[in-house]
Structure formats: structure tokens, C-alpha cells
Write a protein that binds this ligand. Sequence first.
Ligand code: IMP
Ligand code: MG
Length: 176
Amino acid sequence: MSFQSKPRILFNRQQIEATVKKLAAEISKDYQGKSPLLVGILKGSFMFMADLIRLLDFPLEVEFIRLSSYGRGKESSGKVKVVQGLQSQVKGKDILVIEDIVDTGLTISFLLDYLRKKKPASLKLCALTDKPSRRQTPVTIDYLGFTVPDKFLVGYGLDWDEKFRNLPDICVLEDN
Ligand code: IMP
Ligand code: MG
């Protein structure tokens, strides 16, 4: 792949909008009477988070956490560390983690373990996309947008080498 690789639309903006609406309805139903802390994983979740929370009709807080994998390879090494942590307290709160894509599952498993140790009242996961064919560790996704094939995705926040996050559709990056 290179910067010249051509993104091909997999899910267009109308499909994304409909799916985000569906997720917001499910989440709104489950969190009525609560005021959860939504934790977005940087950077990939920023666009999804921005669209999702505008459709949620209950009081909530927003935080972001930045993780990095040790090592430089494109594959997730599984050795994850917190680069930028949370300012808010987690203990006793209803936590909803917002992720762009669950691939091997190693990153999200690390984060869920990390948050669970802080004793939240509840801990759930909302993922925009899921690539189950690549899973290395089991992950329960409470709210899922799209199941995707084993292709490299960009757009709507997802990047390849920091590029293409700005595309409004979810695209597959194809070699030319
Ligand atoms: P995991 O630890 O393998 O599940 O990796 C998850 C992280 O890798 C995601 O949060 C993304 O940042 C990145 N990632 C995995 N697959 C893709 C993809 O197809 N496009 C862009 N980023 C991806
Ligand atoms: Mg990510």
C-alpha cells in the first residue's frame, strides 16, 4: 500500500448515518436514568464519537484515552501502553468505551482490563466496526456498527499511516 492507493467505498455516509442512529437508539434505551462516561480511543474514534453523542439524549461525560502498541510493525503487538490517560475518575461510574475497529482484539482487551481494575459500576464496549476473522483474543462487543471483511479500512476517522481519516465514507484501501 502507498499514499497513491485508491480508497474504494465500503459503507457510504448514508449507511454510516443510519448505523450510528441505530446504535444511538440502543445506547439511549440502555442508559436512561444513568449518566455514563464515554471513553473514546484516540485517534480513530473521534469522528464516530462526535456523531454518536449528538444523538444521545441523556446526560453524559466524554473523555479520550490514547494508547500505543510497543514496536513499530503494522500488526498489533499486544503490548499496549497508555500514552494519555483519563482525567476523570472511573470508580463507580458507568463506562462506555468507543472504538473505531476491533481487529485482533489485543488493544481493546488491554484497555478493558485496565479500566476494570479501576472498579467502574459497569463497563461496556461500542465499536463502529469489527473484523472477526483476525481475532486473537475473545472480545464482547455490546454495541456493534458493521462487521467488515479482512481488508484494510480507512476513512471516517480510520487511518493508514495517519492519512485518509478525513474521508466521510468507510473505505477499503486497495493497491494500485
Ligand atoms: P487490534 O489490537 O488488532 O484489535 O487493533 C486495533 C487497532 O488497530 C484499532 O484501534 C485501529 O487503530 C488499528 N486498526 C486495525 N485494523 C485497522 C484497519 O483496517 N484500518 C485502520 N486501522 C486499523
Ligand atoms: Mg484505534
